[in-house]
Design a protein around this ligand. Structure first.
Ligand code: IMP
Ligand code: MG
Length: 188
């Protein structure tokens, strides 16, 4: 006999902002938008890890174009919820992206510093084109001007976790996106 579907509660969350179902639907639509934009062209996807890992894994499966995948690791957090404002590359790209159509993916566009830095690095390598896709956009937080070509969801200025986003490296495995309970926002 099939076991009853497990209904998951998220005791660590104060609220669920975006459900697993809503994420799945939106990622599917983003895949269609991206395929429409690129036609039959091959795409070199660059994921900013760790945050974009889950989003990248799901989005890539919605894209039928020939795809190459590379990752870049950026560190920016001084403590768990406040950005230091100085992102730096801690693991560089490995693929050659000259004359390639590059699609840069990140989990969230916040101050804009990370994507602005990574976009500049990519453009120096003379790709054929660069488009940027983020799952989440906190528009009210921008410190440097930056717009993504594709945005999954615009969200309010709240620190969120889940679906790749972490608090001190935890909660990335939650299937939804939500706001942590204040008592969970402690280190250790
Ligand atoms: P930015 O450079 O300020 O735009 O920050 C981008 C990076 O900060 C993202 O790649 C995330 O890793 C992280 N970040 C920003 N806001 C949040 C959040 O609400 N939860 C978890 N990580 C976040
Ligand atoms: Mg990140």
């Amino acid at each position: 006999m099939p076991s009853p579907r497990r209904v998951r509660a998220f005791p660590e969350l104060e609220s669920v902002l975006i459900s697993e179902t809503a994420i799945r639907r939106r990622v599917r639509r983003l895949g269609r938008e991206i395929m429409a934009a690129y036609g039959d062209e091959p795409i070199t996807v660059i994921a900013i890890i760790n945050g974009a890992i889950l989003f990248t894994a799901d989005l890539l499966r919605e894209i039928d174009n020939p795809v190459r995948l590379d990752c870049i690791r950026i560190s920016s957090y001084r403590n768990a919820t406040k950005s230091s404002g100085r992102p730096r590359v801690v693991q560089a790209l490995t693929l050659d992206i000259k004359d390639r159509h590059v699609l840069l993916l990140d989990d969230i566009l916040d101050t804009g510093r990370t994507l602005s830095l990574v976009s500049q690095l990519i453009l120096k390598k003379r790709p054929a084109s660069l488009r940027v896709c983020v799952l989440l956009d906190k528009k009210g937080r921008r410190e440097v001007p930056f717009d993504a070509d594709y945005v999954g969801f615009s969200i309010p200025n709240k620190f969120v976790v889940g679906y790749g986003l972490d608090f001190a490296e935890r909660y990335r495995n939650l299937p939804c996106i939500g706001v942590l309970k204040p008592e969970r926002q402690v280190l250790g």
